[in-house]
Design a binder for this molecule. Structure first.
Ligand code: SF4
Ligand code: SF4
Length: 128
């Protein structure tokens, strides 16, 4: 299992209505991050603040100039779903996640273990 290479595929796939987050986090955005909260509508993400229409792309995804990598503009306050992704090897196969190596597919149990180690810190952010 490799570290995330920031290919952006997951953010592009799930950023248009495929993400959820907790009420706790929405309350946090409401109190401390009005710039994020304005893209929330009835507890769901992401919606155009001006029109209330669902967005076709996550508003926080940025492509680095002259590089084929993407970054998250709200990384430290990103939705809980984003902190947990990827969570399973199966999900990564379906999504063509580039963290997967051939050895993860020949030994899926070990592949999942490696993923869980890599994701440990990101998932811990959920606790705070
Ligand atoms: S909030 Fe950040 S991590 Fe989540 S989909 Fe958008 S750009 Fe990706
Ligand atoms: S699809 Fe996988 S490698 Fe690409 S940005 Fe998402 S987690 Fe990282």
């Amino acid at each position: 299992m490799k570290e995330c290479n920031q290919c952006g595929q997951c953010c592009i796939k799930y950023g248009n209505g495929g993400l959820t987050t907790s009420t706790r986090q929405i309350n946090y955005w409401s109190d401390h991050r009005p710039d994020i909260f304005k893209y929330v509508k009835d507890g769901h993400i992401w919606f155009e603040p001006e029109t209330g229409d669902p967005m076709e792309r996550c508003p926080w995804l940025r492509k680095e100039p002259d590089k084929n990598i993407y970054t998250c503009k709200i990384y430290f306050d990103r939705p809980d779903d984003c902190k947990f992704y990827p969570s399973t090897l199966n999900e990564m196969v379906i999504d063509d996640c580039e963290m997967i190596e051939p050895k993860d597919l020949t030994n899926p149990r070990q592949g999942q273990k490696s993923l869980d180690i890599i994701m440990q810190n990101s998932r811990l952010e959920f606790e705070y």
